[in-house]
Design a protein around this ligand. Structure first.
Ligand SMILES: NC(=O)c1ccc[n+]([C@@H]2O[C@H](COP(=O)([O-])OP(=O)(O)OC[C@H]3O[C@@H](n4cnc5c(N)ncnc54)[C@H](OP(=O)(O)O)[C@@H]3O)[C@@H](O)[C@H]2O)c1
Length: 381
């Protein structure tokens, strides 16, 4: 406060002197006293005391407003923080394996009522989930591409809601595949988008009213491939970029209802889950027509396949980083908008990447050895 008063005092002195200098410059020493405008300026300088008081009032009201906002923020902080899950429910899609499976067990241990959506409730993943969890965890049959499954799941959730309602929906179900765009059919793209994008949209629309009632959380499993464009990930990138557009728009709309929306962008965790689609160069070759076989020769397809599989082996071996981020998004008072999950150096690069000009981001790929080999092999065919 004392500092503010000093600042205001020196500002007053400065304003007074400026007025004097301006009046001298404009009217000169001789005519200064006769000029009515100069008189006005002098009066202006004498009015600085009033300004000073005005400024004091202004600063105090700004400080009061800031304190009020801070208090609101702290009270919100308290409201939206979920220390333990007692009385709260969470719906997670894609719990047969991987991140969804592990998150379901974590949240069950924290006392949440977990509705674990599984593609195959009779399958090994769902059964093992059932064995390892408490009676608070309920397995639901939930194929996110099916309206019927989603509506039935909503009905079951509504009928079994604990006292504090549905706190969060974690849109985790997803598939991945890899292929160059020209090796893919429209059906490949549609299948990917049906699950990764429309599956999330369908589930979100159905469950949003329940989450809005608790001012809870919507969490979306995206990927670094939503913004990192590279060889072989066309269909996957399309689905995840679309998903992020949806989540970003939803965040803006939900802000006024107090619902927070988070996007999780894991890097390479292929070894920690079942996401990597195993396929051989033969599987790809068989799908190509004669013209494609001419363009992409067999050796290149083999190289691409080996390269892709070797890249998958370089990733994280366990899912802890992702599960911690999912837990944070569900339980923290201040969930992040985005969680980029990669090694420290990769994270720095990925955070920077979306802001770089296209000419630079494209250049990153042209520098890779694989890209150079591709160019050489396809050109030399
Ligand atoms: N692992 C990574 O490196 C990585 C990186 C970035 C993003 N992600 C994203 O993380 C999410 C979870 O993947 P994950 O790595 O844990 O792989 P995952 O082990 O394969 O888990 C995905 C789950 O989704 C289920 N699923 C597939 N189609 C479905 C459908 N139509 N309806 C409902 N569930 C369906 C799968 O069931 P089945 O097991 O029966 O097929 C599986 O349980 C995905 O959205 C994925 O894109 C993963």
């Amino acid at each position: 406060m004392q500092l503010t008063l000093y600042v205001l005092y020196y500002k007053q002195v400065l304003v007074t002197n400026c007025c004097r200098v301006v009046s001298r410059l404009i009217f000169g020493g001789r005519v200064r006293r006769q000029s009515s405008i100069a008189v006005v300026l002098r009066r202006f300088s004498s009015m600085n005391t009033i300004f000073f008081i005005g400024q004091l009032v202004g600063v105090s009201s700004i400080l009061a407003a800031l304190l009020f906002l801070l208090a609101k923020l702290v009270s919100r902080h308290r409201c939206s923080h979920v220390q333990d899950g007692y009385g709260h429910a969470v719906l997670i899609t894609g719990c047969d394996s991987g991140f969804g499976h592990q998150l379901a067990l974590c949240l069950d241990r924290k006392g949440f009522v977990v509705f674990a959506g599984c593609l195959s409730p009779e399958g090994a993943g769902a059964q093992s989930l059932s064995r390892q969890s408490s009676s608070n965890l309920k397995i639901l049959k939930l194929d996110v591409t099916s309206d019927e499954d989603v509506q039935q799941a909503k009905k079951t959730v509504q009928e079994n809601l604990p006292e504090k309602g549905l706190w969060a929906v974690v849109n985790n179900a997803g598939i991945s595949d890899w292929a160059e765009i020209e090796w893919s059919s429209i059906e490949d793209f549609q299948h990917m988008v049906d699950i990764n994008l429309f599956g999330c949209i369908r589930t979100s629309i159905a469950f949003l009213p329940l989450v809005r009632a608790t001012k809870g959380r919507m969490v979306y499993m995206s990927s670094i491939f939503s913004f990192f464009n590279c060889l072989n990930m066309g269909a996957y990138s399309v689905s995840k970029r679309g998903l992020e557009a949806f989540a970003d728009c939803l965040r803006v709309e939900m802000a006024s209802f107090g619902v927070k929306v988070s996007i999780i962008q894991p890097g390479n965790f292929g070894q920690a889950t079942n996401i990597v689609k195993m396929k051989t160069s033969f599987d790809i070759w068989e799908k190509l027509d004669e013209e494609q076989k001419q363009t992409f020769n067999r050796q290149y397809i083999e190289l691409a396949s080996e390269y892709f599989m070797s890249m998958c082996k370089t990733g994280f071996k366990n899912a802890d980083l992702v599960i911690d981020a999912m837990l944070h998004a569900v339980t923290s008072a201040q969930p992040k908008y985005r969680y980029v999950l990669a090694s420290a150096t990769d994270t720095f690069f990925f955070l920077l990447f979306p802001f770089l000009p296209t000419v630079l981001t494209d250049a990153v790929f042209s520098l890779s050895s694989m890209y150079a080999k591709r160019k050489e092999m396809l050109y030399a065919k």
